[in-house]
Design a protein around this ligand. Structure first.
Ligand SMILES: Cc1ncc(COP(=O)(O)O)c(C=O)c1O
Length: 389
């Protein structure tokens, strides 16, 4: 089946953050939304059909274990990433950010130090800070080859830290970490008794021939010291269904984490997550392949457009996912002027790079998980705004 990613979908007034929270966040409802990381494409029909089929039954009472939930996850991870997961190492979590909050609370104490590598997804900072933990920054290095993890710097700041939160692949810049980097990271963290949370929510969406490397598979050490989070939520545009899970291969970590999860019934799934997950992972390969091809073309479109029309903005090509990290430093604008250019002059809602922490200043994150026609309009508006300054 051929899917149509050019089909317009009106998402307004569906209580979706991306459209219906524009006014609250940007003070204007008329912006083109290219911020929150979900896509404007229709959730694929095989997922909607599976949910609809369940809704045909007139009772939505408490749910017990769905027979294909864990088998579909295990098969998907094996097929896509060559990762053999024992089903007993899996637990449902009600969202990955909440999962990170659970790890922070179970494995660290108030005042403990937690490492993150900015610029990075802002809840990596907010969740520890809002739980009274101290953030230790290990900023990424921006080299002529793109972003690299600064492992030397990590050695110099890691003493006394308890946890490192890894974005694999890295949001906002869509970086695929080389296997050697992940292996060295595991070795350093292991030597210093630091637990690694690997957030792999974007891992199904590698582009341009790149491949995902699950952190837990890079070495025995990585397996021993890690808790991995993943989900079909970004991949299949079902973030509102809450479909995340964690993988904890190490016995001691798992015993500690899962006993807390069970004690608090955090793994009670509800009816819909397993239905959507099983449909996505059993039937989603072809849709995903087509969606990623479409997104690749969108990325190339933004690159070409900037090269031809907006020389002050250089898009960094993502290795994965539908977010493009725009290097706007060439425009020579300070933080407020850059935001004003996008919002007030261009009428666009992007994520301000500074929210992702040190190193994000002068960048903007653009969500290209949308129709080409919308992207074309956005780029035209941006070019006109830049020309006006
Ligand atoms: C790296 C990363 N982790 C987690 C999330 C959110 O996950 P959840 O909605 O499951 O909390 C996002 C959403 O943008 C993300 O980019």
């Amino acid at each position: 089946m051929k899917y149509d990613f050019d089909k317009p979908v009106d998402r307004k007034n569906t209580c979706c953050v991306k459209y219906d929270a524009l006014e609250a966040v940007y003070g204007r409802a008329d912006l083109l939304p290219m911020w929150v990381a979900d896509m404007d494409f229709e959730t694929p029909d095989f997922i909607i059909d599976a949910l609809r089929e369940r809704l045909e039954h007139p009772v939505l009472g408490y749910a017990c274990e769905h027979p294909d939930y864990w088998p579909s996850v295990v098969d998907w991870q094996k097929r896509r990433n060559g990762w053999e997961i024992d089903p007993s190492h899996l637990a449902f979590v009600p969202g990955i950010v909440k999962g990170i909050g659970m790890v922070v609370n179970v494995f660290t104490q108030p005042g403990d130090k937690i490492i993150i590598q900015p610029p990075v997804y802002h809840p990596f900072r907010l969740v520890p800070q809002n739980n009274g933990r101290e953030i230790v920054w290990n900023p990424l290095k921006l080299t002529e080859h793109g972003y690299e993890m600064d492992l030397e710097q990590l050695e110099s700041i890691i003493e006394g830290c308890r946890l490192l939160i890894l974005s694999n692949p890295h949001n906002p810049a869509g970086v695929a970490w080389p296997v050697e980097t992940l292996r060295s990271l595991a070795e350093i963290c292991h030597r210093h008794g630091v637990l690694v949370v690997s957030d792999e929510i974007h891992s199904d969406m590698y582009l341009f021939g790149k491949k995902h490397v699950p952190f837990a598979t890079v070495s025995d050490i990585a397996r021993e010291i890690s808790i991995t989070f993943a989900a079909p939520s970004k991949t299949f545009n079902i973030a509102g269904v809450i479909t995340s899970y964690c993988v904890v291969p190490d016995d001691r970590l798992r015993e500690r984490f899962f006993s807390w999860i069970h004690a608090n019934e955090m793994d009670a799934k509800g009816i819909f997550p397993p239905v959507a997950t099983s449909a996505a992972y059993r039937k989603g390969d072809s849709w995903l392949e087509q969606m990623l091809k479409y997104v690749e073309q969108n990325v190339l479109y933004v690159e070409d457009f900037c090269r031809e029309h907006i020389s002050g903005i250089v898009p960094m090509r993502p290795d994965a996912s539908f977010l493009v990290w725009l290097d706007c430093r060439g425009l020579g604008l300070d933080h407020d002027a850059l935001n004003s250019l996008f919002v007030d002059k261009a009428g666009l809602a992007l994520n301000d790079g500074a929210m992702f922490g040190p190193g994000g200043e002068g960048f903007m994150r653009m969500n290209v998980g949308t129709r080409r026609a919308v992207l074309e309009e956005a780029m035209e508006r941006l070019a006109a705004a830049v020309a006006s300054i």
